[in-house]
Write a protein that binds this ligand. Structure first.
Ligand code: HEM
Length: 955
């Protein structure tokens, strides 16, 4: 134990206990203790916590005794007082009950100082999250590409997690750059291949040219044996699911209709998401709204996923078709056919069909032995990511030769993207529409031309147009500076002539195009990390954590200390062959200087030497790509409303003038909406409307009934919600409970565990949750458990015994089939969530691991975030959120003095009509008319000037 800290807590506690003053009524706590007594108890607990923590900081050697987000009683008490002890028995993580992690009500009352306990709570939450991240990096990386056996066994005396170069990440002879990187010798990217983000994503990692490029395999975050439980290849999986699973059982369309459908107060005004004629504002489709997150944020994440991954090839799947349910239901734990009455009542469609998922490999994966254990070398089936896995804005710029042809450059200035004027609309214009010779899927005809055009609606049109404008804004500023000081050093360097200064006037249009792409991609990553995510997870620990990922926990101006830490991380740990240093401590120390820019400030930097250019990345022994599980938790379809509340900036922004069905803006229909109504009005529309909560009974009706003309099926229609479930099953995502165990979260033992123990007994919320539990039982059923069957090796019971089929219930009793719950169902059914979390904790844990890795692995966000690649203007533009010096926001929102947010700046720069609307907005993803109130308030209240906004009248 650290004696100084311990003594401090003891003395402080003693002085409080001695100061026995009678509690005033405001100081009385529900359990009868005074605030001072509680404070003293908490302080005493802090002494014990220090001792507990020392034990905790030892990261376990095996996955079974993981942290699970659960702390000791003393730690919870120290960080959150008595209320933090209330929910320790639930499956959900503890940190959300600490002081300061919610809104004002999470701050202690009656304490001598609110500040110190709140700091303990928030710092404690950050510590728990970091511990989770370390364990996730240690236990949840499973590469499908053939590197896994070395990850487990090591190579030539180097431990697996410290391996940095893999033969599986070499370019194949068929690649046009095969010879350029070294052919069949050592492959090292050089020359023009390392200067920018390449179209196919090769050479981001200079020593692993193929890593993250288009067509590489998705990885996994779960043991390969735990994937594809439906195939029954693994004894534990067979014990877990008792032969109850198949692609269409339980029936996905039945699940969709019974658990996901939005309940409508007046179905005739919604018309299954198709609204009323002429986009009448009298239409109404009810949905559950998140008060602190707007529709722009929904489209933002779709825009992001189109950058990161895709299973589809040019908007379609494999040639074979399959049925997609609406066939059976469970009666007395047996699947029986639906009757015509059942089908009519559910409103599902037995004739729907869909193209099957592509599978890259389905041959037996092979095994290897290590430490007396037999491992699968990869998952039983693998799938390819047809996109680049890098955060490289490939949705805008393309990800292979075909998609690059869809990206139109401006013939008048080849550094710019082509924008064309739209009749009657001000500004620099709009993306051109696809022409007859463009390489597109016929469904995309009439849409704006861009790299990734699938599932286009007016929301994606908005973001693609906005960032095309931003690309051109950067080019214009570069040209302005170049005209002013043509002979000045722009910072760029060419590895072929590294010493040669490149002046502004020397930069070619092609070079400038690629620099602008680097800048736009970095801005997007910055918006996502410091603006979108802190609004998605709206509380103080996450605000600090996400800004920490970007700027470092030491703050944006961490200065010398930040640089020193960065050097320590990269020098000591980045190159380390010691596994613990290379992985475990790297993540912790990187929190100091921040991941962004790691390795970019080392002394003696040389762009011809991969030791420097590649020196800031860390893949933790497992080549970077997204895991299937990541795709699963990003199926965020409930975010989308059915109807868009259209507003007109020139009229009264507080008035909703039309209700436009999202589906009426699908594919080519988006473009006329964008061009005739104008990007500014769409900004206002998407910015003011609340998005849908990620919860059950909240999926868009139009997506349950989506018409896809490309389908060769009787209905040419698909229930995307049911498809979400089917795709996860096709791709072997473990079911919810094992999914949680694999990620180091605590398991559930019955459907009742989904209930939030914090809701008032008899409240409408509790009744709704009870109804969900009942429906889950009807859909997934129950079975008589058998305690002799071990069901997992991912975790053990608290007493160290294996977890068995009875999950702690008496042997031979009837228990819920909680193991069978589909992951997408489970994560939406989590009613208890951290304050301000638009996603559930299960989705979040997937994010902790993969969002960090997406930065850690990318040299353009770490060691190559330098003027040699971005130019000096480019670096400043990303750091300052645009041209000129950084601009500061008014006041200190939520207690933080902060710059004007990057997206707010981009919106005002490229759509100046929105300037006054955005003036009071702090975070562009918070509904623009909402008053943010105090300290992470979620209240739905109008800000001054928006009192008459229609959306406050129709809560
Ligand atoms: C707004 C209208 C949207 C439409 C019309 C739409 C449509 C679709 C369709 C048809 C699929 C199925 C593709 C297949 O497996 O065959 C799909 C998949 C998916 N959607 Fe959406 N979607 C929309 C919004 C969103 C949003 C807001 C998100 C948020 C992240 C999202 C995330 C995903 C993901 C992650 C997949 C799986 C992609 C893959 O398998 O690689 N979608 N969507």
């Amino acid at each position: 134990m650290k004696p100084r800290r311990f003594t401090f807590f003891m003395l402080a506690a003693a002085s409080l206990l001695n100061a026995q003053t009678a509690p005033t009524s405001s100081q009385s706590h529900s359990n009868g203790t005074s605030a001072k007594q509680e404070e003293a108890k908490a302080l005493l607990a802090c002494g014990q916590m220090v001792a507990d923590q020392l034990a905790l900081l030892k990261i376990p050697d095996t996955r079974a005794p993981r942290f699970q987000g659960k702390v000791s009683e003393a730690t919870a008490l120290c960080r959150g007082g008595a209320q933090a002890l209330q929910f320790r028995a639930t499956p959900w993580v503890d940190w959300t009950n600490y002081w300061g992690t919610g809104d004002m009500s999470s701050l202690p009352t009656g304490f001598i100082s609110k500040k110190l306990p709140a700091q303990r709570g928030v710092a404690g939450a950050l510590e728990d999250l970091e511990l989770q991240r370390i364990e996730l990096i240690k236990f949840n990386l499973f590469d499908n590409a053939g590197t896994f056996s070395e990850y487990v066994q090591g190579r030539n005396g180097v431990g697996g997690p410290a391996i940095k170069v893999w033969p599986e990440m070499r370019l194949q002879p068929s690649d046009p750059n095969y010879n350029a990187v070294g052919g069949d010798g050592d492959q090292v990217c050089k020359g023009d291949l390392i200067r920018w983000r390449t179209v196919t994503g090769i050479c981001n990692d200079i020593l692993n040219p193929a890593m993250g490029s288009s067509g590489m395999l998705f990885g996994r975050n779960v043991e390969f044996e735990a994937a594809f439980p439906d195939l029954g290849l693994d004894q534990l999986a067979r014990n877990r699911h008792g032969n109850r699973l198949s692609l269409l059982e339980p029936d996905p369309q039945v699940i969709s209709r019974r658990l996901f459908t939005r309940i409508q107060s007046s179905p005739d005004k919604c018309q299954a998401g198709y609204g009323l004629p002429n986009d009448s504002k009298d239409a109404n489709c009810d949905y559950q709204k998140a008060p602190f997150f707007n529709v722009l944020a929904a489209y933002w994440i779709q825009f992001m996923t189109h950058d990161w991954f895709s299973h589809l090839d040019e908007g379609h799947n494999a040639p074979e078709y399959m049925k997609v349910g609406c066939e059976t239901k469970l009666v007395n734990n047996v699947e029986v056919p639906l009757t015509p009455e059942d089908i009519a009542k559910l409103g599902c469609r037995p004739d729907d069909q869909m193209d099957k998922s592509y599978v890259a490999q389905d041959t037996p994966p092979g095994t290897f032995e290590s430490g007396g254990h037999t491992y699968l070398a990869r998952a039983p089936k693998t799938m390819a990511n047809t996109n680049t896995a890098w955060w490289d804005a490939s949705q805008l710029y393309g990800f292979d030769d075909t998609s690059r042809q869809r990206v139109k450059r401006d013939p008048a200035d080849n550094a710019k993207l082509l924008l064309v004027p739209a009749a009657g609309q001000p500004g620099p214009g709009y993306l051109p529409v696809f022409g007859p010779n463009d390489p597109i899927n016929p469904e995309w005809a009439g849409q704006e031309a861009t790299g990734f055009p699938d599932n286009w609606t007016v929301g994606l049109s908005f973001l693609h147009n906005l960032f095309a404008r931003e690309h051109n804004s950067f080019v214009a500023e570069f040209r302005r500076v170049a005209a002013q000081k043509p002979n000045a050093d722009c910072g760029l360097r060419d590895p072929a002539q590294p010493k040669k200064v490149i002046r502004y006037k020397d930069v070619t249009p092609d070079e400038l195009f690629e620099i602008a792409r680097l800048v736009v991609a970095a801005e997007i990553a910055k918006i996502h990390t410091t603006e979108w995510t802190p609004q998605l997870l709206y509380n103080e620990p996450l605000y600090l954590g996400m800004n920490g990922n970007w700027n470092g926990l030491l703050g944006e101006n961490g200065g010398l200390l930040s640089k020193a830490l960065s050097d320590i991380v990269v020098r000591n740990f980045g190159k380390s062959k010691d596994v613990a240093k290379a992985t475990t401590w790297y993540s912790v120390f990187a929190s100091g200087p921040g991941i962004f820019g790691l390795g970019s400030k080392v002394s003696g930097y040389d762009i011809t030497n991969p030791k420097y250019t590649n020196g800031g990345v860390n893949h933790f022994g497992s080549p970077f790509n997204f895991p299937e599980e990541f795709v699963s938790v990003y199926r965020l379809h409930p975010l989308v409303p059915d109807l868009l509340e259209y507003r007109d900036l020139k009229g009264d922004p507080n008035k909703i003038v039309k209700r436009i069905p999202v589906v009426e803006t699908f594919q080519g229909k988006a473009t006329p909406f964008m061009e005739t109504m104008g990007i500014a009005n769409w900004g206002l529309t998407l910015g003011r409307q609340r998005l849908g909560l990620l919860t059950l009974h909240n999926s868009p009706m139009f997506l349950q009934n989506l018409k896809l003309s490309r389908l060769d099926s009787p209905t040419q229609q698909i229930d995307v919600v049911a498809l979400d479930i089917i795709r996860d099953r096709e791709r072997g995502v473990p079911r919810f409970n094992e999914f949680r165990r694999q990620y180091g979260l605590r398991q559930l033992t019955s459907f009742d565990d989904f209930m939030d123990p914090g809701v008032a007994p008899g409240s409408p919320e509790q009744l709704e949750q009870q109804e969900t539990v009942k429906t889950l039982r009807e859909l997934y059923g129950q079975h008589v458990c058998d305690a002799s069957k071990v069901i997992t090796d991912a975790q053990v019971n608290e007493d160290g015994s294996p977890i068995n089929d009875c999950l702690g219930h008496p042997d031979g009793t009837l228990i819920d089939n909680i193991e069978d719950v589909d992951t997408a169902v489970g994560y939406l059914a989590e009613y208890r969530r951290p304050h301000g979390f638009a996603i559930s904790e299960t989705q979040f844990v997937v994010f902790i691991l993969n969002a960090s890795r997406r930065l850690f692995s990318d040299r353009f966000f770490t060691s190559c975030f330098r003027p040699e690649f971005y130019t000096t203007l480019g670096i400043d533009w990303v750091n300052h959120n645009g041209p000129g010096p950084v601009q500061m926001e008014k006041g200190a929102p939520n207690g933080h003095v902060q710059p004007v947010s990057p997206l707010k700046r981009i919106l005002i720069r490229n759509i100046p009509e929105l300037a006054s609307e955005l003036d009071p907005v702090i975070n562009a993803f918070d509904p623009w008319a909402r008053d943010r109130g105090q300290y992470y308030s979620l209240a739905w209240k109008p800000r001054p000037g928006a009192e008459s906004d229609d959306s406050f009248a129709n809560q």
